[in-house]
Design a protein around this ligand. Structure first.
Ligand code: DGP
Length: 119
């Protein structure tokens, strides 16, 4: 998508602090972190959001979760045997839920304790 900010980040037309990349996804630091670690897992192919997922998108969405799981382990946030530690994975779906960028992204948020429910 020509004007999509995350497409431009994926194409490296806009700088970002990348942490992981493969053929399907790019992972980079959120510009407005809400926790000590706040990453965005983004498919390289433009998808508007969960609200527009098609059957052929299921592989990349599953891959996004798997990449998040591996990052959780590599960054030391995986829950331990007592289930302490951990991280939050969030898809905001639509404006009322807080979606502001209409290119699918999975928030990876970690490094502090978090309350529930969200505000
Ligand atoms: P959401 O509100 O769920 O659509 O999340 C969009 C996130 O994207 C938000 O936390 C801020 C982040 N963001 C927006 N523009 C940029 C940018 O240009 N660079 C980076 N690194 N993050 C951005």
């Amino acid at each position: 998508m020509e004007d999509c900010i995350f497409c431009k980040i994926v194409r490296k037309e806009i700088p970002s602090r990348g942490v992981y990349e493969d053929e399907l996804v790019y992972v980079f630091h959120d510009i407005n972190p809400v926790a000590p670690t706040h990453l965005l897992v983004v498919p390289k192919r433009h998808i508007v959001g969960v609200q527009s997922l098609e059957p052929e998108d299921r592989e990349v969405v599953g891959h996004m979760f798997y990449v998040a799981r591996k990052l959780g382990e590599e960054l030391g946030y995986a829950p331990n045997e007592e289930l302490a530690g951990g991280y939050r994975l969030v898809f905001n779906v639509g404006k009322d839920a807080g979606q502001s960028v209409f290119h699918l992204h999975l928030h990876f948020i970690a490094g502090r304790t978090m309350g529930w429910p969200p505000g």
